[in-house]
Design a protein around this ligand. Structure first.
Ligand code: GDP
Ligand code: MG
Ligand code: K
Length: 270
């Protein structure tokens, strides 16, 4: 039986998709230690469980809600991620998608609000998106139930063994620092490159975890040295900003290839 985590930005149709995929709430409660609602439902067709996580823009937690998702990825046993994305706000939404793809669990992307995107004159080549993201991308209108069968189809096809994390190159300085940190990390089921990237992004739950295995002064030294070198060579004041910049460039490149506008309508992507 699969445990699928539903992850996406706020107001992307998460509840609509959750309801379309599950018959009923098996469990409704709170995530431990916080007042954030936890909902678990049984996926139809005996596929397993769907876990509804709070809507967030980034894994790097600023709020209680965002920390829930990072803590989930660090501590819970799950088989796959169903990433819901607002097709009419791809540039913004794909930021979280990248962070999830870097984790390396199987991901199915539900491109929701496809009707809205179409209405705005956006032509989205989902096959191209799928090619760059290296994972299935399915047009969905959750409110109407369009695309739900295909989402279920791809969830059924998930093969945990064949999943590789998406690797974006972050430039020599950061790549060397990632390798340096990885060498300090003990083996566990958690993906080391993802841990390192989240560490350099300043993800607090990740810092807390790493502090249990690596001396805090060592962590702080690696972080400070890397940030200093990036500031010197890249004219970006923080590592967090630097990482954001690289991811945004990657997203823009992909969207340039996968999206076109109807000739009569010019609407910004985000
Ligand atoms: P959540 O905040 O992410 O849980 O999103 P909801 O499921 O509550 O949906 C937010 C709003 O978007 C609601 O009014 C839904 O009816 C609407 N909605 C959800 N999916 C779609 C869709 O695919 N197309 C359109 N046009 N509206 C949708
Ligand atoms: Mg909701
Ligand atoms: K919610």
């Amino acid at each position: 039986m699969m445990n699928v985590a539903l992850i996406g930005n706020p107001n992307t149709g998460k509840t609509s998709l959750f309801n379309a995929l599950t018959g009923f709430y098996e469990y409704v409660g709170n995530w431990s230690g916080v007042t954030v609602e936890k909902k678990v439902g049984k996926l139809k067709d005996e596929l397993g469980q769907l876990i509804d996580l709070p809507g967030i823009y980034s894994l790097n937690p600023l709020s209680e809600d965002e920390a829930v998702v990072s803590n989930f990825l660090l501590t819970e046993d799950f088989s796959a991620v169903l990433n819901i994305v607002d097709a009419s706000q791809l540039e913004r939404n794909l930021y979280l998608t990248l962070q999830v793809l870097e984790y390396g669990k199987p991901v199915v992307i539900a491109l929701n609000m496809f009707d809205v995107a179409k209405g705005r004159g956006l032509k989205i080549d989902t096959e191209k998106l799928s090619l760059y993201m290296k994972t299935p991308v399915i047009p969905v209108v959750a409110r109407k139930g369009t695309g739900i069968d295909q989402v279920k189809h791809y969830l059924r096809e998930i093969n945990a063994e064949n999943q590789e994390a998406l690797v974006i190159h972050y430039g020599e300085i950061l790549e060397n620092a990632i390798q340096k940190l990885i060498r300090q990390l003990p083996d566990s089921r958690l993906p080391k490159r993802w841990l390192a990237l989240q560490f350099f992004e300043g993800n607090k739950p990740v810092w807390e975890l790493l502090k249990k295995h690596v001396d805090e002064s060592v962590l702080q030294k690696i972080f400070a040295e890397t940030e200093k070198r990036i500031a010197e060579t890249e004219s970006v004041s923080s590592l967090d900003r630097y990482i954001r910049q690289i991811r945004r460039q990657w997203i823009c490149n992909v969207l340039e290839k996968a999206i076109s506008h109807s000739p009569d309508r010019k609407v910004p992507l985000s």
